[in-house]
Structure formats: structure tokens, C-alpha cells
Design a protein around this ligand. Structure first.
Ligand SMILES: Cc1ncc(C[n+]2csc(CCOP(=O)(O)OP(=O)(O)O)c2C)c(N)n1
Ligand SMILES: [Mg+2]
Length: 598
């Protein structure tokens, strides 16, 4: 290689450093040792975190972004190493979370020869086809000099518009091939690009007209508000017009749960006051939310929404999401923060109108719904039975945590309970995934959250099924001294799925619980002992009254900690909405009934 030239691996790592990426998460293989070598050279500028399963690396990068707003990178080998990553890519893609996945591939000189670990039977070195549905774009430079362009374009694709993960697939030789004398500068290619586009000014005026004329308006927010940094502007608008704010599962925390205008969760298992307000609203302002089936009660009218007659104003950075599932009275492509500021500025120009007085009746009616919901669920908070009532468990975990704690949820029945009974105060108080829903997200993601927020308590609540799937995280927490807490929601089953067998299939249960073959009794490893074997403190909790203290103690310990909590498996978190699994049928609301406008 000529003097003063950087090779492909060096250019990528240098670019990451220039983009202020603090961590690269990954796992070695022969396909990426040269990339790791480039990381080695820059180990003072970027820290390498080596994990025990590639999926863990992806979930860590994902959660790191959700907490810090800074994209990072993963590195995986060729073939199987990288094919352990797509589940995390898909999760990040569907939840619009960026990270750069640097995947190794075989040497270009061996393309299409069926070299060790080459996916070659349809097309040479074809890892890109494997992930094309799971990321925004794949770049595959096949000469060293293509690397600078690929890395800067990959980064731009990742962070502009609707963010998402991007794959940079690098053949073995390209990591070491001469690439450039200098790495592209972020300030020339990325740092000065803004995608905070506002909405069409006429549309802004129309939105204000509609909101001012509404009698029963509601705002619905998704994660676009949280990741778009728009929470303060949201509160300003809600307070100014006295409009109540409902949240999708991904939007929870966009406004503090105890804010008087916060309605809570709209979903199949949503809070009554939220579902009953949004389905009766005459105008619904939807911001950065995509109306998935869980939020929308499977789009069955009258449970979460009744659009029409509700007039929908739908604002999103990605026009693909507007009018995907519901007709719009007004659809506006915009960054939600810029849009909110436009709305507030437009309101400044309007005279008169006492929002508080106009809204009194509607808000009072909603207070009645809130009371009905609170009365409906009250008994679950004091249930002293053991195994622990799941509602009580969610509440005990939540109340043990300080306001600045970050709770990362995995996927399963526990997630639904947490969504209902945690009281997030900040946009990142409750981190969960809603698009792809892979088990393991919380188990591994909490490690990324902790690196992003070292001074905040980071607690994962995870199913026993998911924890066992990804128990290698115990070692990673020890190796990098990451004082995270796992609460294993131990119900001796893939309980959410078993619940479906019970609800829809007449109780024909198979392959959904964990049993000892000899005794037929529920079986699981002793998770607390597993943790201790890995060098981590672990305790088991049987009684509801002990759970909160255990969580407090774990957080206070300042060390990695596992709590194995014995949680009742037979309860399902019902709500004011429904979920349909065609053709099996649909669930029923546990409170209220379908709203049918006259
Ligand atoms: C990787 C992956 N495999 C399978 C599923 C389907 N699935 C969704 S929830 C669930 C059960 C999870 O069991 P557990 O982790 O014990 O959580 P629980 O529902 O019991 O709270 C399964 C198998 C999934 N979402 N992700
Ligand atoms: Mg379970």
C-alpha cells in the first residue's frame, strides 16, 4: 500500500471516530479480524465491546441510540457471524433506530467460488440479499477506493429522513486495501444536513383551524415525538390548547404520566380514559405515530379510534406512514418538532379564545373515565398472593425506581403489564420495542442503555424464556463492569403465547411451557444461581412485598444484579381495546364497550 494511504478498515474506523461514535459492539470471526485490527489502532478514540452473541451487539447499539441519540456501530464476521445480526437490524429498522452494521464478507478474489462461509448460490457474496428487508440500505464496496464514499453515504442514509440501520458489507481484502489519504469529513457530508422540515404553511393554518374548532380534540403521540426531541413543544401545545395527550406504546413517556393532560396508553390493552377519549374525539392530532394493530385495536372501529367520523390530522416525517391505515382529513409530512413550533407560532397570531374554558367539559368527562379505570384496576395493586400478581409486580418494580431510571422491557406478557402499570416520567424512562418485537431486546439492550447513561439506574424486565435465550449477557456485564439489573419475570412459560392457545385454541397447549419431564412440575434453571455462577449477584423473590426492596437493593449495589421473580402466569392484561388474530377471532375489552357514534 502506498505511504500515507489509509486502508478500508482504517477509513471506516476513522469515520466513526469523526462521527463521535464512542463504541463498536461486535463479535470476531475470520471475516472481520482486519476491521478489529483497525479498531485496535484507535482504541483510545473508540471502545470495542466484544459480546457473546451478535444479536446482543445489535440490541446494544439499538438501545444506546434510544437513550443517547448517538448512533454507534456493530461489527460481525462473514457468513454465520453476520447472519446472527438480522433480528436486531429488523428491530431497529421497524422502530426507526439507526446504527451502522459493518459486516465482513469473503475476499473479492473468491467471489462466486463457494468459499468458506460465502452465500453464493443465487449471487456472489450475497449477504446483502439476506438483509435487504431489514435495513434502510446495504453498501458493498468491492475496491478499497470505494470505501470513503460508501461509509459517508451509509452514514447519511442512516440518519437522514426517517432514521434506520444501514449495513456496510465489506469483503475481506477491502479492509486492508488502500482506500484514501483522508477520511471524509462529517461536516462536509453529514453534520450540516437538517431534515427538520416544517409542514406546508397552509396545512399548519388548517390544522390550527381544526384544533380551535374542535369540541373533543385529542393528541396521539408515538416515538417520533420522543426521538425527535419534541416533548417540551408537545407539552407546550397541549397546555396551551388544553388538549389531552394519549400515547402509543412507543410514545409512552412523551408526556409525564402524572401530567393532568396525560391520558396514558392507547392500545388493545390500553387505559380506558385513553381509548375512550381517542375513539370519541372529533379531531385527532397524530404526531409521529404509525397506527399499528396494537395501538389501533387491529383497526376495528370503535375500540381505539373511530376514523371517520373522527377527523384525523396525521403528521410524520415519513409520508409512507400517512394514510396507511386511516383516511386523513389533513396529512402533513414534517418533522414533528418543527411542526409543533409552527403550530405554536400560528397560535400566537390568533386572537381570543379561552382554551381552558372551552375544554372544561371534555376534560371533566375524561376525568370520569380515568376514575372508572382506576377503580377497575385498584384491587390488583394490593393483591398479596404468591406467585406474584403481574399487575402488582409491574407496580412494585416501577415504584422502586427513581425518576431518572431507565427501564428496558423485553417482549412477552410482561411488556404488556409494564405498559399498563409503569408510570414513565421521562421520554426514555420506559424503553421497549414495538415494531418487530424480538425476544432478547431487553435482555441485551439494557447493556447498551447503561453505556449510554452510566449515571442512571438501568433495569431490564425480561421473560424467563428470553433470558434463557440470551443468558450470555451475564458474562458481558462482568467483562465490562456494567451494573445493570435484570428482573427475570419468571412464569415458567412462553406465557404470552400460551395465553393465545388458551384464549383462541380451546386450551390446546403445546410447546409453550417449561416442565420437568419426571415430575411434570414447572421447570426453569435457577436463574439467580446462574447469575452467581457468572460472578453476578442473584436473588430469588417469591412474595410481592419483597420485590420493591429487592429492586432498590439491586440498584443500590452498583453491581450487575439479577432478580428471579416468581410471577403468576395465568392472568392476562386486559384493557379498553381489542386485538384480532384473523381468522381466530378477537379479544374483548375488559372495561367499556365498543363506541358507536350516532
Ligand atoms: C426471537 C423471538 N422468538 C419468538 C417470538 C414469539 N414470542 C413472542 S412473546 C414469546 C414468549 C416469550 O416468553 P418469555 O420470554 O418467557 O416472556 P413471557 O411472555 O412469559 O412474559 C414468544 C415466544 C419472538 N417475539 N421473538
Ligand atoms: Mg415467561
Amino acid at each position: 500500500m502506498p505511504k500515507n494511504m489509509l486502508d478500508g478498515g482504517q477509513v471506516i474506523v476513522d469515520y466513526l471516530v469523526r462521527e463521535k461514535v464512542p463504541y463498536a459492539f461486535g463479535l470476531c470471526g475470520h471475516g472481520n479480524i482486519q476491521f478489529i485490527d483497525a479498531l485496535y489502532e484507535r482504541s483510545h478514540d473508540i471502545k470495542t465491546i466484544s459480546v457473546h452473541h451478535e444479536t446482543v451487539a445489535g440490541f446494544m447499539a439499538d438501545c444506546f441510540y434510544r437513550v443517547s441519540g448517538q448512533p454507534t456501530a456493530t461489527f460481525t464476521s462473514c457468513g454465520p457471524g453476520s447472519t446472527n445480526l438480522p433480528i436486531a437490524l429488523a428491530n431497529a429498522y421497524l422502530d426507526s433506530v439507526p446504527f451502522l452494521a459493518v459486516t465482513g464478507n469473503i475476499p473479492t478474489s473468491q467471489f462466486n467460488r463457494g468459499a468458506f462461509q460465502e452465500l453464493y448460490r443465487h449471487y456472489q457474496a450475497d449477504f446483502p440479499s439476506t438483509v435487504r428487508t431489514m435495513c434502510k440500505r446495504v453498501f458493498q464496496p468491492t475496491r478499497g477506493e470505494m470505501v470513503p464514499l460508501a461509509v459517508r453515504q451509509a452514514w447519511k442514509t442512516m440518519v437522514t429522513g426517517r432514521p434506520g440501520p444501514v449495513v456496510l458489507d465489506v469483503p475481506f481484502d477491502i479492509f486492508k486495501e488502500a482506500a484514501a489519504e483522508e477520511t471524509p469529513k462529517p461536516e462536509e457530508w453529514n453534520a450540516n444536513i437538517s431534515c427538520r422540515c416544517g409542514a406546508d404553511p397552509e396545512g399548519v393554518k388548517k390544522a390550527v383551524d381544526m384544533l380551535l374548532a374542535a369540541e373533543r380534540p385529542a393528541i396521539l403521540v408515538g416515538q417520533g415525538i420522543k426521538y425527535g426531541g419534541a416533548t417540551a413543544d408537545l407539552v407546550a401545545l397541549a397546555e396551551r390548547l388544553q388538549i389531552p395527550v394519549a400515547m402509543s406504546a412507543s410514545g409512552l413517556g412523551a408526556i409525564a404520566t402524572d401530567h393532568p393532560l396525560a391520558l396514558g396508553l392507547v392500545a388493545r390493552n390500553g387505559h380506558y380514559q385513553a381509548n375512550h377519549a381517542t375513539r370519541q374525539a372529533d379531531v385527532l392530532l397524530a404526531l409521529g405515530v404509525r397506527f399499528d394493530d396494537r395501538t389501533s385495536s387491529s383497526w376495528l372501529p370503535g375500540y381505539s379510534f373511530t376514523i371517520p367520523p373522527t377527523k384525523l390530522i396525521h403528521v410524520d416525517i415519513d409520508p409512507d406512514e400517512i394514510a396507511r391505515n386511516y383516511p386523513v382529513a389533513l396529512g402533513l409530512m414534517a418533522d414533528v418538532r418543527t411542526f409543533l413550533r409552527q403550530l405554536l407560532a400560528e397560535l400566537d397570531t390568533r386572537k381570543g379564545g379561552d382554551a381552558a374554558a372551552a375544554r372544561k367539559k371534555w376534560l371533566k368527562t375524561i376525568d370520569g373515565y380515568r376514575k372508572e379505570w382506576n377503580d377497575h384496576v385498584a384491587s390488583g395493586f394490593t393483591d398479596d398472593s404468591s406467585p406474584i400478581n403481574p399487575q402488582r409486580a409491574a407496580h412494585e418494580i416501577d415504584r422502586a425506581l427513581p425518576d431518572d431510571a431507565i427501564l428496558v422491557s423485553d417482549i412477552g406478557i410482561h411488556h404488556n403489564w409494564l405498559l399498563q402499570y409503569c408510570q414513565p416520567k421521562r421520554p426514555d424512562s420506559l424503553v421497549g420495542c414495538m415494531g418487530f418485537g424480538p425476544m432478547g431486546f431487553g435482555v441485551a439492550g439494557v447493556l447498551g442503555a447503561k453505556l449510554a447513561a452510566p449515571d442512571r439506574p438501568c433495569v431490564a424486565v425480561v421473560g424467563d424464556g428470553a433470558f434463557f435465550m440470551h443468558a450470555s449477557v451475564l458474562g458481558t456485564a462482568v467483562e465490562y463492569d456494567l451494573p445493570v439489573v435484570w428482573v427475570v419475570w419468571n412464569n415458567y412459560a412462553y406465557a404470552s403465547i400460551r395465553g393465545l392457545q388458551r384464549g383462541y385454541l380451546g386450551g390446546r397447549e403445546l410447546a409453550t411451557d417449561f416442565k420437568h419431564p419426571k415430575t411434570g412440575q414447572p421447570y426453569n434453571p435457577d436463574f439467580a444461581a446462574m447469575a452467581r455462577a457468572a460472578g453476578i449477584d442473584g436473588v430469588s423473590v417469591e412474595r410481592p412485598g419483597d420485590l420493591s426492596d429487592a429492586v432498590k437493593m439491586a440498584v443500590a449495589s452498583g453491581r450487575p444484579y439479577l432478580i428471579d421473580a416468581n410471577i403468576a402466569a395465568d392472568k392476562n392484561p386486559g384493557g379498553a381495546g381489542v386485538w384480532e388474530l384473523p381468522p381466530l377471532g378477537q379479544s374483548q375489552p375488559v372495561i367499556g364497550s365498543r363506541y358507536q357514534p350516532n
